[in-house]
Write a protein that binds this ligand. Structure first.
Ligand code: AOF
Ligand code: ZN
Length: 358
């Protein structure tokens, strides 16, 4: 199953909004075949694996991290194929929460005499597909909040310099995260201050860049920003009626997509925005600041997971920004809490990650 998970991960950022799925066919202590879901719309893991098998040996066991599907989607159903190829035993990591499947794949297999063992490494299998699970069960994107701060909790100096807080290994991990999620999101102040590219920079042949979602209530984005001059078709600008209509037209002319959102608390209605991008098939978002947008996203309970990088550096300054700004939470009893709180090292930095208690 661990091998199936590792195979599945190869589809990260390419299969969204589908799940990452890997499959391994074993006979005794030999691996007969393996496969994974490589691309959205492409063959499922089981179908890829079974394409090289005519009839499986009697003792063959199929390991797959997600319940095999039993519905016709963009590709044919996997469960009947498994039966056809003579597989008698299937080990499943977790059930497919898609309402079209949700146990029906396992039932089909059992009804056709296949021995199914379910729930093997189920926590790992669920974590692997946490974006898919949230998106399929709630219709809202899975939002991961990422920040990088110094030990004294600053994301930039008093002069707004932020390159670089963390070391190279941490920055590489951020690019791997960007490759995995469907979109990267920032507020317009970050675009104005840093002029970021928000793309994936990794030494790899085939890179799938995420979409870039930018909240910009009044359409203040500079037209020469890198997000509008490099691959503008990947940029989604969320504006409101408070924006200048002519400026909005100019942004559209550059090739970016504009989403007109209602105003809430004087800014873009974030719940509306998340629903709009979910309707475009965006299953997951990596939120990269700034501190005002981060506070608003947290207050609206739109964030699911936090990945915080802490660098062994101190920069001080009472006006230097910290990861979460906005109005703040006045009383301790109302603090946002984190569960499954874990730490690990990445190069010289520390990562603290966990899930938001809602
Ligand atoms: C599997 N194995 O490798 C994957 C599954 O449109 P389709 O045909 O690609 O179907 C997409 C749905 O199939 C997706 O929502 C999820 O329920 C399931 N994905 N199932 O047995 C796979 N990728
Ligand atoms: Zn399938």
């Amino acid at each position: 199953m661990r091998r199936a998970i590792r195979l599945a991960e190869k589809g990260a950022g390419r299969v969204n909004p589908n799940p990452m799925v890997g499959a391994v066919l074993v006979s005794g202590d030999r691996i007969l075949a393996q496969g994974y879901h490589r691309r959205f719309g492409g063959p499922h893991a089981e179908a890829e694996l079974l394409s090289s098998i005519i009839t499986a040996p009697k003792d063959a066991i199929l390991f797959v991290n997600l319940e095999p599907c039993n519905h016709q989607g963009k590709t044919p159903p996997c469960a009947p194929l498994i039966v056809e190829k003579g597989i008698r035993k299937v080990v499943v990591g977790t059930i497919d929460p898609d309402p079209l499947v949700n146990g029906k794949g396992i039932s089909y297999l059992r009804d056709h005499g296949v021995d199914v063992e379910a729930g093997i490494l189920s926590d790992d299998c669920r974590t692997l597909n946490e974006s898919f699970i949230k998106f399929r069960t709630t219709g809202m994107p899975f939002v991961v909040l990422k920040w990088a701060m110094t030990l004294d909790g600053k994301i930039a100096t008093v002069e707004n310099a932020s390159r670089w807080i963390t070391g190279e290994d941490a920055r590489k991990e951020v690019h791997r995260m960007r490759q995995k999620y469907s979109a990267v999101m920032v507020g317009v102040n970050t675009v104005i201050a840093d002029d970021p590219l928000l793309n994936v920079r990794l030494r790899r042949n085939e890179i799938d860049h995420p979409l870039k979602v930018i909240t910009d209530t009044r359409c203040r984005i500079p037209l020469e920003s890198k997000v509008l001059t490099n691959d503008p078709q990947l940029t989604i600008l969320a504006v409101t009626d408070l924006a200048d209509k002519i400026k909005v037209k100019e942004v559209e002319r550059l090739g970016a997509q504009v989403v007109l959102c209602p105003v809430k608390y004087g800014r873009v209605d974030l719940d509306f925005l998340m629903k709009s991008i979910a309707a475009m098939g965006i299953d997951s978002v990596m939120l990269e600041g700034g501190s005002t947008l981060t506070f608003s996203m947290l207050r609206e309970k739109l964030v699911d997971k936090i990945v915080g990088f802490v660098a062994p550096k101190i920069i001080g300054g009472s006006t230097a920004p910290s990861p979460v700004g906005g109005e703040g939470i006045p009383v301790m009893e109302d603090a946002i809490e984190i569960r499954e709180w874990k730490t690990r090292s990445v190069g010289e930095d520390i990562v603290i990650e966990g899930y938001i208690v809602k």
